[in-house]
Design a protein around this ligand. Sequence first.
Ligand SMILES: [Zn+2]
Length: 149
Amino acid sequence: MSQPRLSIPQYAMALAHVASLRSEDPYRKVGAAALDHDNRVIATAYNGLAPGFDPSPDFWKDREGRQKFMLHAEINLCSLFRRGDAKLIATTTMPCTACMQTLCAYGIKEIYYQEIYHASDAPEIAALYGVTLQQVTDFPMSDYLIPEE
Ligand SMILES: [Zn+2]
């Protein structure tokens, strides 16, 4: 019997999850992954502060105040490739409105997310531009491990 295999969106989501583990944000860890037109991984990213910035320990105490400084996973992701290079991206949380706009500017046609973010206009933006925006929750990675004999 052949083993079940992750679909491409599930594969991208699993990678996004691994990337989220690297987030330095103690409250919200978001990861994202981009695949090219041959389903090759071209980038993974997570939310965090600008590269090289080392905050004081007090920085993380102000949960509200720090938000404007956090670079979202999708923005960090887009900084790693050129427009048109990515066919699809997966992100552990639905893109916020600004990130959805950025993903559209980068020409990304398929977006998969796990958690819904109700404050986002992403569904409306996706509908207007004909971008696939789909929830992916069924990728229990343990189901895909080869069972022990
Ligand atoms: Zn965002």
